[in-house]
Design a protein around this ligand. Sequence first.
Ligand code: NAI
Ligand code: MG
Length: 357
Amino acid sequence: MTSYRITLLAGDGIGPEITAVARTLLEAVSARHGFSLQFDPQPVGGAAIDATGEPLPANTLAACRAADAVLLAAIGAPRFDALPREQRPESGLLALRSGLGLFANLRPVKIIPALAAASSLRPEVIEGVDLLVVRELIGGIYFGTPKGRIEMDGGVRAFNTMVYTDHEVDRIARVGFRLAAGRRGRLCSVDKANVLDVSQLWRDRVEAIHAEFPAVELSHMYVDNAAMQLVREPRQFDVLLTSNLFGDILSDEAAMLTGSIGMLPSASLGSEGPGLFEPVHGSAPDIAGQDLANPIAMVLSAAMLLRVGLQQEAAAATLETAVDRVLAAGYRTGDLLMGEGCTRVGCQAMGEQLLAA
Ligand code: NAI
Ligand code: MG
């Protein structure tokens, strides 16, 4: 029987609660689909600082590197808020992403019919939305140098540098085209080529890589227009390909089309080694330990792990079908809008319903 090693990073806040649900479901779904999963729980974030003094202990990173895939819940605890940025739990997340070379961040945005009323947009605008944001994660203006703040001419000057190499654009473009080829075959590359030199290179390289994927239809859109089109007519998009900064902003905007942060999964991939799968939301300290968290974003992240990380498509679909069924049956955690005939449930009870489904 095929067996996979999964490093399990429960992290902080609601992390342990939603991780328990995801683990139970992964065990059930792997047994049904004829493969086995070995879970290796490791400390990260605030929990790791308490245990070892570091947000990303060397052992945790080594375990992640040796795994077939990594499932992370969330990192961040308010009791560390007074510390400098590099000593806080969240710095463990950045170290993990760069330590695993995860340059591609994937955020699917899909409207679940039973929850369409939760969106801030009208149901007829968002009905049927099914798009994927592919964001470059370890380059661009967030990492470019020089950066800093200096005093000059009696004033202050602060600066960052937006920089991409052809190699960095090519590898993220290939991820975008490959994923588009497996979906509806349309890639929209987002840039600001009318103003930025970096975007001009971005556009040139995306055009060049397009030759490797002739079956995919390529379009280009300026980022300001993309922000507008996402709320005007989001159904027009299949895959959106973006740089780090533009993708940070547009993926949050796209995510909110669904109306709930507790529903959204993500994947981060490198060119080799394991991918990292995690919900988009944080550690939700305001509801931690109260059995109030929505485990669905974590469960859908586990489904992405199965599909993208382990190529276990059927098992991924089983998890997603369970989510659809439980929502259609009216079960709602506290973050989800209640409708007629809906039943309020906690994290654990939601997990039990998902398992039954
Ligand atoms: P957050 O996403 O943790 O919470 C925002 C709001 O959404 C809160 O009211 C929370 O209760 C609610 N919420 C989030 N996830 C939920 C779920 N699964 N079910 C029900 N309600 C949910 O963002 P916030 O409050 O800005 O950050 C809290 C901590 O999480 C901070 O330390 C932050 O740095 C960290 N964080 C970590 C991320 C990660 O690990 N990838 C991402 C975002 C924030
Ligand atoms: Mg963001």
